[in-house]
Design a protein around this ligand. Structure first.
Ligand code: F6P
Length: 533
């Protein structure tokens, strides 16, 4: 079992040593700590020197990675092997952004041929919509695009489209409808004109019910396109094959924004920008494939994730972009991480003996600072934080961006260094507080520090940088799953709720008293019927 291996035990012993250390001493003793514990891909810097680690930690974590065969699993992914064992599929989102000539074979077929064809389809269509060549039923150009999709068919394109807002000014306006709650669609459509609106219906499986308006088929053809792996269902649904954008079952939903699922991104920002996004991800793929373990950023991030989760006891991971355009990044990472690594059995179906994927959450800084950072600084829980910040803003406004940078750096410094008893006391004395009152206040003013964080810093949030950031997180999640020996690529945990909802749906309209469930569910059904009657 995972926790009982020799390397795991040695890491536990080492953890106790680390806990006795403090960032103040580590940084004082080692002026090179930042240089040694940070890495770059081009201008994208990843600083992990504010983690509770020493050189020894990395030696041991490296040993753990080798022991768990992280690099071997990575190589099997890139080779197109069926590493998603429970669904018997390869895991090839990396093929979608393979910008090299390297073929990637699945059952002897080079999938790069299909990928290139699908990209060409996206290019032609997105350019036609953007140029106005594609017109609606009444002859007007498309001004608004509504993407209807959920999970990976929503979060990736929605997050990226918003993150690339400065690049979308010339394209149609994008809207994302994901919630089964009809108000989401109604509120979105309220302000839109059907004559100038295009719908992209995005669903990997195309199994959910998506009622299409009935009417003139040529109108439907001008206003509805589908993005799916399920050609049969799309056809049955009434969407013409020419209006279907394909991808394949070896692309997981939460890894699909690089596929045709990214069509809304290409329409909003332009296909060239979409390609830059792919190039950014490719930069990271090449790095992940080839950088030695000690310099491999996603491997390091993954190992630090395991270190925080299993050895330091962190239950959550905060994602704190100091960037309004990355507002949806935490939500996107929630699916990526929690649907991938929220598993409790390993690849062989045995109970995993250690904690797996953390709860991922977050909000843009500085909003979070005035809401929940209190707990991160002075609460009883350890919350590792990821800070993201660009050197240059897209919308310079006075010294807002300088203030933003200052806040971002101040937070990671405060978390790491804290404020000691002596410092708190001196501060209060300088304010003229009498010793009695000061003594009472000091415990409240002390910050223990030693709270870990990673900082991602880059020149500007452009498509390539965004592609790099997303791919870094994808591979980090991969590495953590590999260490835990879990299958990060299935999501059986979402099935039971779907099955039960199908069963409950007709019961809402039924009469009489519900008896088929547990007392709580029966009671709730009866009460909702009563409220609706
Ligand atoms: O939540 C489960 C899930 O299968 C996700 O993995 C996926 O992104 C989402 O549902 C949407 O599914 P589909 O694209 O098939 O409609």
């Amino acid at each position: 079992m995972t926790s009982h291996s020799d390397i795991w035990r040695r890491l536990e012993q080492h953890r106790d040593e680390c806990r006795r250390g403090h960032f103040r001493d580590w940084f004082r003793a080692d002026p090179q700590r930042f240089e040694r514990f940070s890495r770059r891909i081009d201008d994208l810097l990843v600083d992990y020197s504010k983690h509770l680690v020493t050189d020894e930690t990395f030696v041991l974590l490296g040993e753990l990675a080798r022991d768990r065969g992280v690099e071997a699993l990575r190589d099997r992914m890139f080779a197109g092997e069926r590493i998603n064992t429970t669904e018997d599929r390869p895991v090839l989102h990396i093929a979608l952004r393979n910008r090299s000539e390297r073929p990637i074979a699945v059952d002897g077929h080079d999938v790069m041929l299909d990928v290139r064809r699908a990209l060409e389809h996206m290019r032609t269509f997105s350019e036609a919509v953007r140029s106005g060549e594609w017109i609606g039923f009444s002859g007007h150009r498309i001004t608004d695009v509504v993407n209807i999709g959920i999970g990976g068919s929503d979060l990736g394109p929605a997050m990226v489209t918003e993150a690339l807002t400065p690049y979308t000014r010339e394209g149609p306006r994008l809207h994302f409808v994901s919630n089964v709650d009809g108000t989401h669609l109604s509120e979105t459509l309220r302000a839109l004109d059907p004559a100038t609106t295009l719908f992209t219906i995005a669903s990997k499986t195309f199994t959910a019910e998506k009622p299409l308006p009935r009417g003139d088929e040529s109108h439907v053809a001008r206003h509805f396109v589908a993005i799916s792996t399920n050609t049969r269902e799309v056809r049955a649904f009434g969407i013409a094959p020419d209006n279907m954008f394909v991808f394949w079952d070896w692309v997981g939903g939460r890894y699909s924004l690089w596929s045709s699922i990214g069509l809304p991104i290409a329409i909003a920002a332009g296909f060239n920008r979409f390609e830059q996004l792919l190039e950014g991800a490719f930069d990271v793929d090449e790095h992940f494939r080839s950088a030695p373990l000690e310099d491999n950023i996603p491997i390091t991030l993954g190992l630090l994730g395991v270190w925080c989760t299993d050895f330091l006891g962190a239950e959550t991971q905060a994602v704190l972009p100091y960037d309004q355009y990355l507002r949806r990044f935490p939500a996107y990472l929630q699916q990526l991480d929690m649907e991938s690594n929220g598993k409790r059995v390993d690849r062989e179906g045995r109970q995993v003996a250690v904690a797996t994927g953390p709860v991922v959450w977050g909000e843009p800084g500085t909003n979070g600072q005035h809401a929940f950072y209190q707990l991160i600084h002075q609460g009883t829980r350890l919350v590792p934080c990821d800070f993201l910040i660009a050197a240059t803003p897209h919308e310079p406004l006075g010294d807002h961006h300088e203030l933003l940078i200052a806040n971002c750096l101040a937070q990671s410094e405060a978390l790491a260094m804290g404020k000691t008893n002596d410092e708190a006391r001196a501060e209060l004395a300088a304010q003229g507080l009498d010793p009695d009152r000061s003594a009472r206040l000091v415990p409240h003013k002390v910050f223990p520090g030693n709270r870990p964080s990673t900082t991602f810093m880059y020149r500007q949030l452009d498509p390539r940088t965004l592609g790099r950031l997303i791919a870094l997180y994808e591979h980090k999640v991969f590495v953590m799953g590999a260490v835990w020996n879990i299958n990060s690529f299935d999501q059986w945990g979402v099935e039971l709720g779907k099955q039960l909802a199908k069963r409950i749906r007709p019961e809402i309209d039924a009469t009489g008293s519900a008896t088929a469930h547990d007392a709580s569910t029966n009671g709730l059904l009866n009460y909702v019927r009563q409220l609706r009657s």
